[in-house]
Design a protein around this ligand. Sequence first.
Ligand SMILES: Cc1cc2nc3c(=O)[nH]c(=O)nc-3n(C[C@H](O)[C@H](O)[C@H](O)COP(=O)(O)OP(=O)(O)OC[C@H]3O[C@@H](n4cnc5c(N)ncnc54)[C@H](O)[C@@H]3O)c2cc1C
Ligand SMILES: NC(=O)c1ccc[n+]([C@@H]2O[C@H](COP(=O)([O-])OP(=O)(O)OC[C@H]3O[C@@H](n4cnc5c(N)ncnc54)[C@H](O)[C@@H]3O)[C@@H](O)[C@H]2O)c1
Length: 444
Amino acid sequence: MTSSYDLAIIGGGPACGPAARRCRQAGWSVAIFESGLLGGVCPHTGCNPKKVLMGPAEAVGMARHLAGKGLTGEPQPDWPAMAAFTRTFIDPVAPWLAEDYRKADIEVIHARAAFTGPNTLRAGNTDIAAKKILLAVGATHRRFDFPGVEHLATSDDFLALQKLPARLVFIGGGFVAFELAHLAAVCGARATILTHGDATLRRFDADAVARLVAATRAMGIAVHTNAPVTRIDKEAHGLCLSVPDLEIAADMVVNAAGRPPHIRGLALDLANVAAGPAGIRVNEFLQSITNPAVYAAGDCLDAPYALTPTADLESRVAAENMLTGNTTPINRTGTPSVLFTQPPLAMAGLTEADCQAQGIAYTKKEYDLSDAFPWQRLGEHPGYSKTLVSPDTDQILGAHILGHAADEIINVVALAMRQGLPAKALRDAIWAYPTCGYYLRYMF
Ligand SMILES: Cc1cc2nc3c(=O)[nH]c(=O)nc-3n(C[C@H](O)[C@H](O)[C@H](O)COP(=O)(O)OP(=O)(O)OC[C@H]3O[C@@H](n4cnc5c(N)ncnc54)[C@H](O)[C@@H]3O)c2cc1C
Ligand SMILES: NC(=O)c1ccc[n+]([C@@H]2O[C@H](COP(=O)([O-])OP(=O)(O)OC[C@H]3O[C@@H](n4cnc5c(N)ncnc54)[C@H](O)[C@@H]3O)[C@@H](O)[C@H]2O)c1
């Protein structure tokens, strides 16, 4: 028997919900296919568990900065209790979403789906026909094939740990490696970051990254570039990683080497859906460039960001375009990215290297936050900002902030960029004093 829907969504994460609800509200019949947990990575194995674990780690970090400045003694992270607290956030998500979709009369089918034709899917033993199909399958862990690959753990394994191992190695020099290494190190583990290339955190501004890497090393985290892992051996007292000219002992090795789109097994060829290593290829309306019945949103897209807020935005835009026939091009202007390290590194817009590569004229302003009151009172080092503004129009081209509260301040800059406000708007605003945001007037 074939079930028919107006919209079938493959994947029940952040890229699914807004489109499912919007299309159902418009009167469409909607089915969601989810092979794992409703809610996807963000609430189960991504943003949320990571941030809950970081709460105590942030308190420990702040206490260390304030030692000798009025605070004595150091709070001790209690990992098993942190893990138990984290579960209180994770466990309710999937049941809550199931109930919410049930109330909205959106069908949820707990099965892995794959294409059988341009408008048809199979999930388990069920055949499905849909007028439109939204691909929201997300991304997955990179595959390695070196000897000993079976000893590799994932970020999911790390975030589910009941006890923190003493020696952790992270393969990769991006978001996951830096955030989890900082978390582990503050909680008492010896952490090492190994990346195969000659630089880390490539999406961020190089000057801000240099300061963060220095701060990372000062915390006792080893950071090795040009260090591809060639094998992992299990030995009597743990694991031994081999990289050229170096052997490293570890209790856990985490694969943090990027997240390719989760498109294996979808049989995209049967639906004539074009995709490359970076993901599903779509036009500005998020419609497949080769199959007009198929749209895509979230981490499975070949797109500049793979974040929860961009998955949400893309889901809303895809829904609008499916309902109205391609009226709303995607606009990602003013997307903030935050690396939740200690301190956090936040950015929006272009880096200086982007401006140079694209031949865009810019006025650069650098500011030492560690010399400014809100950061000094917390005893925090380092602190840095770099802003890039058009000398002709005063438009904000990019902002890069490293320091306490950078993760919140960047939202204001991102809002200004999205609304097309000039840098003067930030210089002229009346900011509450003494907040970190007050110093935006000096950063621009
Ligand atoms: C450790 C970590 C920390 C992160 N921290 C942050 C952060 O702080 N801030 C931020 O903005 N982003 C963060 N992210 C990224 C964020 O989690 C993702 O961008 C977001 O979850 C993407 O949503 P999505 O719906 O595209 O994909 P996902 O959340 O991956 O959801 C896809 C869903 O599709 C299902 N699925 C896949 N294939 C099929 C199939 N064939 N049939 C049925 N179901 C299928 C999967 O089971 C999954 O539930 C983090 C990611 C990780 C890994
Ligand atoms: N705070 C946040 O918003 C947040 C946090 C975590 C993840 N994320 C999202 O999830 C995505 C995935 O994160 P990620 O850290 O896995 O990916 P990433 O793309 O940020 O970093 C991957 C890193 O792995 C390195 N690498 C690639 N192949 C390698 C190899 N063979 N050996 C060693 N290193 C290798 C890359 O050079 C890069 O440094 C991010 O791009 C981001 O969009 C966001």
